[in-house]
Write a protein that binds this ligand. Sequence first.
Ligand SMILES: [Zn+2]
Ligand SMILES: [Zn+2]
Length: 664
Amino acid sequence: MLNSNKMKLIIVESPTKAKTISKFLGSGFKIESSYGHVRDLPERQLGIDVEKNFKPKYTILAKSKKRVAELKAAAKKASEVILATDEDREGEAIAWHLSQALDLKKSDRIVFHEITENAIKESLKNPRDIDMKLVDAQQARRILDRLVGYKLSPLLWKKVAKGLSAGRVQSVAVRLVAERAKEIDNFKPEEYWSIVAVLKVDKDEFEAQLVKIGEKKLEKFSITNKEYAEKIVSNLDGAVWKVLKIEKKESKRQPLAPFTTSTLQQTAWSWFGYGAKQTMMLAQQLYETGLITYMRTDSLNVSQEALAVAAEKIKNDFGNNYLATAPRIYKTRSKTAQEAHEAVRPTNPESNPEEFQTKLTAQQFKLYDLIWRRFIASQMAGAIFEATGADISAANDYIFRATGNVLKFDGFLKVYRQKLSENLLPILKENEALELRELKSAQHFTEPPPYYNEASLIKALEEYGIGRPSTYAPTMVTIQLRRYVIKDEQKRLKPTDIGILVNDVLVKHFPEIVDLEFTARMEENLDKIAEGEKQWQPVIKEFWIPFKNNLDKKSMELSKEKLAVEKTELKCPKCGKDLVIRMGRYGKFYACSGFPGCKHTAPLESSNGTAENADLGPCPKCPDGKIVKRRTKKGRFFWGCSVWPKCDYATWENPAKNKPEEDA
Ligand SMILES: [Zn+2]
Ligand SMILES: [Zn+2]
């Protein structure tokens, strides 16, 4: 009897989410937030008993002690405790840790893809138990990452430079960045030439490119030198130009699938320049206020209801011909995209994005508008282009080609803009004579592949099967925080000296840690744990035994002298012994080979005078130094302390600008 007056306690992980849910439920519910994780492995020790089947030792986080006590008291007073953390593995793990930390004898677990009244009420009708398979997959990831980090980092510290760290997925990401940079450094550009005719018919001019000589088709790189190009131009002196053949064909462009985490991060980067971390922060705000479905997903599924609403919206706003002839169903490439059940889409597809504009910040609105457009477009008709190709002959044997592309029906492009290369050809008739205005030969060079940026690196990680929706953004943050990778002014990712060195050491001595396939297989194993096909302990054991053996072997074998010391021609000014270049956490410096007998050190730049001595103020870290602008050996600027390496203060941020980078 008394119980019926008690409230039901719902626990979620964020206060915003709690606030949104409380709007939908009556007075019988009390909604509280745990403020994220409440338990984790201990901070200052391994926290894993390797001998006892990798038993983790979890402790309540210092920041959560008070909160846990409060939630415990609230749970005692409640008639029922309902755990409503996010629907992925991380959320399941938080629910489990809560049930442990709060000593819950019994609790209900509810999940939903979106925080809307219907979804919450529906989920309350279908509570379940905590899914230990999902919890185990999260525990296994946590324990693996902890084992690698805690065991490998001290070795790097001893054998390379103090303060370094290594991690599982992050090291593979650094490897991709480092190898791409090496590929670019080693790239040998090759010369090629193009020949373009500017032609005139009536009053219209257009361009055509040489594609064939006699029976020989020219590829992009066929004309390799100036002599050949000039010979072609002179052969065409006084030639007769005419239209040989015209082809017209219709082509259709179909819309893209609605967003997953990775495509959302990539598109927000290329449209707005948002880093992955920033995009996820904004997406989480939109999710927690009920505007979009859960943002960490690799699924392309869309609920039947949302499909129907989108179809109505398209018909009403744009007309029947803008609606795809049948609902478009997109197939997820990833085999394991089941646990998060929907693509990222708006929860109110029927409303125009502008209706929410006043409730959102400018950045939130931009991201919401993008998600809405991508979703609506994904159910719209394709765009239709008419492509025209004209073959033009010069002196009979030389064939030039002109192309035109015209949009006939915009379809989904009405809602979702994409780069179009529309160009109009004048109306041409076969056998029509043309006037040559100019014949141009131009020199080009083949280009190396581009540096990675956050968008293309996330795309590569996804294609290699490394990382999951929850890990892309944290990986981007970590590799930059560790200073293994920096973002240049054009937001391109480049490896630092220390990033290159650590990667070289890992590739040579711990190949599996940075092996793409090995890491992808480990991710698959984690997926199998989540599906109940594997137990977590054997997966960890299978990794741990060879890793530990190799670690012990390398601890004996490797020496700092071999890994991280370069010889030079220079002599120590104090004692006359050879100077060497050593690696510190923030880069290289000169040191005396007589160390520890002689402690002479000097910044790398001191010999070639690249340190700039503008007054940039005192060092914030030590009493003696002042800030100087420096270049690494590779030519990248950073700002460090003038008494380096006695003081290790260094930053990539220009102190003169005094403006922090927008994301880490
Ligand atoms: Zn010396
Ligand atoms: Zn200093």
